[in-house]
Design a protein around this ligand. Structure first.
Ligand code: ZN
Length: 184
């Protein structure tokens, strides 16, 4: 049989992993690997690499894999998963916006009177123009008081309100099925 060298084994690692060695060569190679840490380590590395490369090809899917997967997908409560985030975002926005407004009233009430007037003026403009964030800010710019944070805040809140309206409208008209579940 003769002594096996590491070179002799390394040449046969690939055929060994491909199960292409004769029974005799396979036995001799395994005998060497048992005693040789270097070859055992190398063979393990090759085995891992081969497993990574070959697994996608050799893995056997169950007969009904596609059907079962699609059934799982259909069983998922997708609309419900979307409902909570949207509702939570709207609630958080509204709560945050009105908290800001309430705090502003407490801190600088004299400015909030102007804020309300600005808001009403902007609202009428928006309604006249049938919405559009650009109109809000164009209007604010024309008034020449963009430095007034109350006006900016009013515009931001109105713009966001328009976004909310747009989202609601989209849900109502583009996604009627989801609206059914949302029960606005
Ligand atoms: Zn060796």
């Amino acid at each position: 049989m003769g002594s096996l060298t590491c070179d002799w084994c390394e040449e046969r690692f690939e055929p060994f992993l491909d199960d292409a060695l004769s029974a005799g060569e396979r036995a001799r190679l395994l005998g060497h690997v048992d005693d040789c840490d270097a070859c055992r380590g190398l063979l393990e590395e090759l085995r891992v690499v081969d497993a990574l490369l070959l697994e996608p090809r050799t893995i056997e899917l169950p007969e009904n894999f596609t059907f079962a997967t699609m059934a799982d997908v259909h069983a998922m409560p997708l609309p419900c998963a979307r409902r909570a985030p949207i509702a939570a975002l709207l609630a958080a926005y509204i709560a945050g916006a009105w908290s800001l407004v309430g705090a502003a009233f407490l801190i600088i009430p004299q400015h909030m009177t102007a804020f309300v007037q600005h808001t009403l003026a902007v609202t009428s403009t928006v309604l006249a123009a049938l919405g559009g964030i650009g109109h809000v800010f164009a209007h604010l710019g024309d008034r020449g008081d963009m430095s007034s944070w109350t006006t900016v805040a009013g515009g931001v809140i109105l713009a966001d309100a328009l976004v909310v309206v747009a989202v609601v409208a989209a849900l109502r008209f583009v996604r009627p099925r989801i609206v059914e579940r949302l029960r606005w």
